[in-house]
Design a protein around this ligand. Structure first.
Ligand code: ADP
Ligand code: MG
Length: 243
């Protein structure tokens, strides 16, 4: 089986600060990979390199066999194929929920208005918010807004979804509704890379867990192993603090 995402010797500096110190990982189609680790360990930077929101300083990333870190790679095309959901949902405040979801496919002329609207409604149904199609984002709870943000990312019909702490900005009672949308996506075979502090989600939904510390993947294992029998002392120390 060939990897859908292949990361080869990825290094990233911000000025003199080396934030990623040689990341090597292969991620397969349909795999759900959760990334855990202390704050400042480079998790977000790693995720952002995967769709070139950050430029790697050194190393290669390929997606479906194509190197996306070349200077002449088409960034718009890369981002069409790789959706991303952030901690802050960043919906467009002046557009209705439905129009938020329709916007990118229309801007990039990937769909007609009618096709984009049909897709938006289908996605809203999937995230349980069909009745909110015409309301403005500010009329929604945080959990609902994040579900719309997920639908908006899915509107581009990406092959891969990246999530950077998608539930960290939510009130606790809203975390579950967002995680259950993500679990459904996982069960439909989406390739997902999820930076999360939700160890319960990682246990239930991940095929593999990566523990990052100081810009390195210190340990990787299936959740059953990572959470019961971690090997690296840094992993053990981290899990003792969060579990
Ligand atoms: P994590 O997501 O694991 O908390 P980050 O990838 O956000 O870690 O950050 C890793 C390190 O890189 C931190 O020391 C952070 O301050 C630094 N960093 C992140 N983004 C930038 C940036 N744009 N400019 C300078 N330093 C940055
Ligand atoms: Mg982060």
């Amino acid at each position: 089986m060939t990897a859908q995402i292949k990361v080869d010797n990825l290094h990233k500096y911000f000025g003199k600060l080396e934030v990623l110190k040689g990341i090597n990982i292969e991620i397969f189609k349909g795999e759900v990979v959760c990334v855990i680790g202390p704050s400042g360990s480079g998790k977000s930077t790693f995720l952002r390199c995967l769709n070139r929101l950050e430029e790697p300083t050194e190393g290669d990333i390929s997606v479906d066999g194509k190197i996306i870190t070349n200077k002449d790679a088409n960034i718009n095309k890369i981002r069409t194929n790789i959706g991303m959901v952030f901690q802050q949902f960043n919906l467009f405040p002046h557009l209705s929920v439905k129009k938020n979801i329709m916007m990118a496919p229309l801007e990039l002329k990937l769909k007609t208005t009618e096709q984009a609207e049909n897709k938006a409604l289908e996605l809203l149904k999937r995230v349980g918010l069909l009745d909110k199609a015409d309301v403005m984002p500010r009329q929604l709870s945080g959990g609902q807004q994040q579900r719309v943000a997920i639908a908006r990312a899915l509107a581009m019909e990406p092959a891969i979804m990246l999530f950077d702490e998608p539930t960290s900005a939510l009130d606790p009672e809203m975390v579950g509704e967002v995680l259950s949308v993500m679990k459904e996506l996982a069960s439909m075979g989406m390739t997902m890379v999820v930076v999360t502090h939700e160890m319960g989600f990682a246990k239930d939904a991940a095929d593999r867990v990566l523990f990052m510390d100081e810009g390195i993947i210190m340990e990787e294992a299936p959740p059953s192993e990572m959470f019961t029998n971690p090997k690296n002392p840094r992993t053990i120390e981290f899990l003792n603090k969060v579990l």
